[in-house]
Design a protein around this ligand. Structure first.
Ligand code: F6P
Length: 361
């Protein structure tokens, strides 16, 4: 007997298609299989610091499987170990509020906590585990950049959106003989760009893991031209590095955010060729909308497994997919390093084999 009677769940980081599927699976498994109570912690780790929560009922988790976002208020990148408590001269003053968070967990009467998040939120979950909180993690991010799981939920939905965008861009590319660039998310990894590029038949894919030169991109455009193909479709990962080896960031805003490499590449193509280039930045369209069937199923599998892990006492662990099975691995292995696209890996090789250029040759 685990002794667990009441569990808490919180979602951290950016929103991600499938979050509600996880919450539903956790709550239903907890209610009906194990007879547990479930506390929904609102507004991510910030809500844990501020003691924002309510007891979930079946009605809260009914009819939410297909909905994007999270029913747990907002999700955000708050960190209790570095939490803004006041503002001095227009700048936030940070304090370690993990003690308050621990006291609130007591308050809620939860015996164990499920944290749904990417590497940031799971690193925070690990710190609470090291402070003695029985924690289980669930991997979430559209970027698919978490080690130790074959795939994170949210990635498949983002991929569908990006592929659909490429299919549509093909029409204009053909009709106008243009270079059409699609800038996709993915942070420091090129998973979305690589997969969408493969699915959408891109001529050029630029990812952070493979350095490119403009000469090579132009050579690809020329090679296509010589075969009578007067347009090119390119997918550019937001984290791809320009030939100087630098990532491109947006101006302004509170946080440094990746973005703008698509424009930079397009400008260079126009400067160095007679071709017109256009950029579409897909942005948050990749995180919104209804989750794909694959993500709903993966979210459900992770949610059920996480409750099973709590009941088995597998704390400090995260549910993961090791195809074909859902398994459990230490959170510390998942957050130790980001999962990158292997430049010599099968997918890159096969993409090259069907004529896709990565701008490196
Ligand atoms: O990690 C998910 C992600 O969508 C990244 O792909 C992207 O770089 C980042 O979040 C954008 O963050 P925000 O929503 O804070 O602009």
């Amino acid at each position: 007997v685990s002794g667990i009677k009441r569990i808490g769940i919180l979602t951290g980081g950016g929103d991600c298609p499938g979050l509600n599927g996880v919450i539903r699976a956790v709550a239903k498994t907890a209610f009906y299989r194990y007879g547990l109570e479930v506390v929904g912690i609102q507004n991510g780790f910030g809500g844990l610091v501020r003691n924002e929560w309510w007891r979930l009922e079946d009605a809260d988790v009914s009819g939410i499987l297909h909905r994007g976002g999270t029913i747990l208020g907002t999700t955000n990148r708050d960190n209790p170990f570095r939490f803004p408590v006041e503002s001095r001269d227009g700048l936030p003053v940070f304090r370690d509020m993990s003690g308050e968070a621990m006291a609130n967990l007591e308050n809620m009467g939860v015996d164990a906590l499920i944290v749904v998040g990417g590497d940031g939120s799971l690193s925070i979950a690990l710190m609470f585990y090291e402070m003695g909180v029985p924690v289980v993690g669930i991997p979430k991010t559209i970027d698919n950049d978490l080690m130790a799981t074959d795939i994170t939920f949210g990635f498949d939905t983002a991929l569908h959106t990006a592929t659909d965008a490429l299919d549509k861009l093909h029409t204009t590319a053909e009709s106008h003989h243009r270079a059409m660039l699609l800038e996709v998310m993915g942070r420091n990894s090129g998973w979305i760009a690589l997969h969408a590029g493969l699915a959408g038949g891109a001529d050029v894919i630029l990812i952070p893991e493979i350095p490119f030169t403009y000469e090579n991109i132009l050579a690809k455009i020329e090679e296509r031209r010589s075969r009578g193909k007067k347009f090119s479709i390119m997918v550019v990962a937001e984290g791809a590095k320009n030939p100087a080896g630098e990532q491109v960031y947006r101006e302004g805003g509170k946080q440094r955010r990746l973005g703008g490499i698509g424009e930079a590449v397009a400008a260079e193509i126009e400067k160095r060729s007679h071709m017109e280039a256009r950029v579409t930045v897909l942005g948050h369209l990749q995180r919104g909308g209804t989750p794909s069937p694959f993500d709903r199923i993966l979210a459900t599998r992770f949610g059920v497994k996480a409750v099973e892990m709590l009941m088995e006492g597998e704390f400090g662990h995260m549910a993961c997919l090791k195809t074909p099975l859902i398994q459990s691995i230490p959170i510390k292995d998942a957050v130790a390093e980001q999962k990158k696209v292997p430049p010599q890996g099968e997918l890159v090789r096969f993409a090259r084999s069907v004529g896709t250029s990565f701008g490196d040759t």
